[in-house]
Design a binder for this molecule. Structure first.
Ligand SMILES: Nc1nc2c(ncn2[C@@H]2O[C@H](COP(=O)(O)OP(=O)(O)OP(=O)(O)O)[C@@H](O)[C@H]2O)c(=O)[nH]1
Ligand SMILES: [Mg+2]
Length: 385
């Protein structure tokens, strides 16, 4: 099957919903102030901080753990992924099809055009050069490559450039251990999709039977806290908040204390994206981390940077800045549903050597996918023939 056939083979079964089935703004959170159990890990400096107000958005009812999807569910998920990446796929393949039209062998001209296709698909210059070099090496070895083989070779090379992101699909890939909550701090610029991603992730963890606590450490705007409360409510997670303007580190501290005292499995900490310079960002993130490690010595277990995939090259720049400001251990690339710039996933994963944990393919609560490099190339290129 050639590129044209692949490109023509349109997915018609599942379309990504542009709107969430129920927008967070339509849901009124049921806020029940409930005093948290105090644990004895409190440090004196924090005891004077404003008392945490726990928002129990839904009775914490344990649900049976969901292990693996059925083959039908897997099929549906891969169709949804394919539909979510439709714009990237269409952009890439139409350019690629144009680049190889009327040519049978992969020669220098085809490689030049392929280079341009990859760069204009936001894969990034460094990663593009790497891909081209690998293909050149294969041609040098095999002496000849026809253009119909290029598809399969590109797929293999692209998959091998990306980091493996999960060792298991259990608990959305997080290594949740009994006895101590798994703590994830979520960072990223304003509007990248941090709060939405936390809401979606909390919902999926809850579905897998986990007790989830969310810390509203983005204290810049009251609306930010309220938005998170709506997501926590929908997900069935407990949110710990303080007033707007309070110290984010203090909120993070209160959240961890409550989570430990109440036997939570996972803690997700939302942070603000509105920090005007790198020093300010670094100081704030360092402060939050230090305070958390006073409650759980190895917390945070994960610092996840959320990047808006539709910003293309800008997402690379944000990754650069955040990796300089703090130790980032995983990535989520959001908004891949509305953009043809999905190639950023390939370049960012390769250049920063940070695994992409999740991708966002819509605003809906279930439109966060665990990233799997093989599923990703399959969704972009279609099944291997
Ligand atoms: N289409 C689409 N929209 C998304 C996705 N993820 C987030 N969004 C939208 O992006 C917008 C910003 O998302 P937020 O979660 O508020 O972003 P944030 O990083 O928390 O922003 P601040 O709190 O302002 O720092 C919202 O309108 C979300 O619905 C996605 O995967 N696809
Ligand atoms: Mg937010």
């Amino acid at each position: 099957m050639g590129f044209f056939d692949l490109f023509k083979k349109k997915k018609d079964s599942v379309e990504p919903s542009a709107q969430p089935s129920q927008s967070p703004s339509e849901v009124k959170p049921e806020v029940v102030a409930q005093p948290e159990v105090q644990s004895d890990v409190a440090e004196s400096q924090h005891e004077e901080s404003a008392p945490a107000q726990a928002v129990e958005t839904q009775p914490a009812q344990e649900q049976p753990s969901v292990e693996e999807d059925s083959p039908q569910e897997q099929q549906l998920r891969s169709e949804e992924l394919s539909a979510g990446l439709e714009k990237t796929k269409a952009g890439f393949f139409s350019k690629l099809a144009r680049a190889i039209a009327g040519r049978s062998t992969v020669d220098a001209d085809v490689l030049d055009d392929l280079e341009e296709v990859l760069i204009t698909s936001d894969v990034g210059v460094e990663t593009t050069v790497k891909i081209i070099n690998r293909i050149e090496a294969r041609i040098a070895r095999d002496k000849y490559m026809n253009t119909s083989e290029l598809n399969s070779i590109l797929r293999d090379e692209i998959a091998s450039l990306m980091e493996e992101s999960h060792s298991s699909t259990k608990d959305m890939g997080l290594e949740v251990k009994p006895g101590m909550p798994y703590v994830m701090m979520v960072v990223g610029v304003n509007g990248a999709g941090k709060t939405t991603t936390i809401g979606k992730l909390a919902a999926q963890l809850k579905k897998a039977g986990r007790k989830v606590y969310i810390g509203a450490a983005d204290t810049f705007r009251a609306a930010a806290i309220d938005q998170l409360a709506v997501w926590a409510d929908r997900a069935g997670a407990t949110m710990i908040r303080q007033e707007m303007g309070s110290d984010p580190a203090s909120v993070a501290y209160d959240t961890l204390k409550s989570a430990v005292a109440n036997g939570a499995d996972v803690v997700l900490i939302d942070t603000a994206g509105r920090l005007h310079n790198k020093i300010g960002l670094m100081n704030e993130l360092t402060k939050i981390r230090n305070v958390m490690s006073k409650v759980i010595p190895d917390a945070p277990h994960e610092v996840m940077l959320v990047l808006d995939g539709s910003t293309g090259q800008n997402a690379f720049e944000q990754a650069r800045q955040f990796t300089q400001a703090t130790q980032v251990t995983s990535l989520t690339i959001t908004k891949l549903d509305g953009t043809a710039k999905g190639g950023v996933v390939i370049g960012i994963s390769d250049q920063f050597h940070i695994p992409v944990r999740y991708i966002g393919i819509g605003e809906g609560i279930d439109q966060l996918r665990m990233f799997d490099r093989h599923d990703f190339v399959k969704a972009l290129f279609g099944e291997k023939k």
